[in-house]
Design a protein around this ligand. Structure first.
Ligand code: NI
Length: 252
């Protein structure tokens, strides 16, 4: 069994010059990858990629930083796109109180609208949360039937204890950084069967490539680090996290 990248942005312009090569490496080295939209345009691109390649799946939605564009029209378009079987979740959606392009109130209202959209489409969600963990947890508690992943999880295990039975934690390249103490603690505490691996590429490149462009096959370095922290074989981390990714996105 091979690894999965549960969160990548292949439509990003950083891949414009060699996207075909990057995708070729995914085909060779990974089980599949999931391309995540952050606004309507990238959601459409995400689905285009997913329709072109059997081993790429799409997630569609509007990121809290881009939430200004969210209106009824956009919601309608997302709902139409969401009918496609290659769309496996709604995201990335959530709250970002670090890069505030809209007020907390507007972010919360549109986050809830997209959670309701996910419920109508019967899809899981990909959550982005930054400096807003408490409000994120409280809102997700209002939707007890929704499942999904908390992407690039930034907090402690304590904070998400109430959600861990229905949300996976997405662990990425930051785990390999020298100052990753907090993430290392989370990985130590959390059972591997609640973990999925992600890159968030082209961002957050793991060691030993930190500073360069990230790409999906670098999930390998995250898996190695998890195995090291947990005292497990990389093969076992691979098998468990890939099964988790399939359950999360209801694939296969
Ligand atoms: Ni992302």
């Amino acid at each position: 069994m091979k690894l999965v990248d549960t969160h990548c942005h292949l439509d990003n312009e950083k891949f414009d010059e060699d996207r075909v090569d990057v995708i070729e490496r995914i085909k060779e080295k990974l089980e599949f990858c999931v391309n995540i939209g952050y606004d309507l345009a990238s959601s459409k691109k995400s689905l285009e990629l997913a329709k072109k390649y059997s081993f790429i799946y799409a997630v569609i939605g509007v990121h809290p930083i881009d939430i200004a564009e969210y209106n009824q029209e956009v919601e309608k378009e997302l709902e139409l796109l969401g009918g496609d079987s290659k769309v496996v979740a709604i995201g990335e959606i959530g709250l970002d109180y670090h890069w505030m392009t809209e007020t907390k109130e507007i972010q919360q209202e549109r986050f809830k609208k997209q959670l309701e959209l996910a419920m109508r489409l019967n899809k899981p969600v990909v959550i982005h949360t930054r400096d807003a963990m408490e409000d994120t947890v409280n809102i997700l508690k209002e939707y007890p039937s929704i499942t999904g992943v908390i992407h690039c999880y930034p907090g402690s295990l304590e904070t998400v204890k109430q959600l861990i039975d229905r949300f996976y934690l997405g662990i990425g390249g930051t785990l390999t950084f020298k100052n990753a103490k907090k993430t290392v603690e989370v990985v130590k505490d959390i059972p591997v069967d609640r973990v999925v691996i992600e890159t968030d590429c082209p961002y957050l490149t793991p060691e030993p490539f930190r500073g360069k462009r990230n790409e999906p096959i670098y999930v390998e370095y995250v898996a190695k680090k998890i195995a090291e922290i947990k005292g497990m074989d990389v093969e076992e981390v691979t098998r468990i996290t890939t099964e988790n990714a399939k359950k999360l996105y209801r694939i296969g």
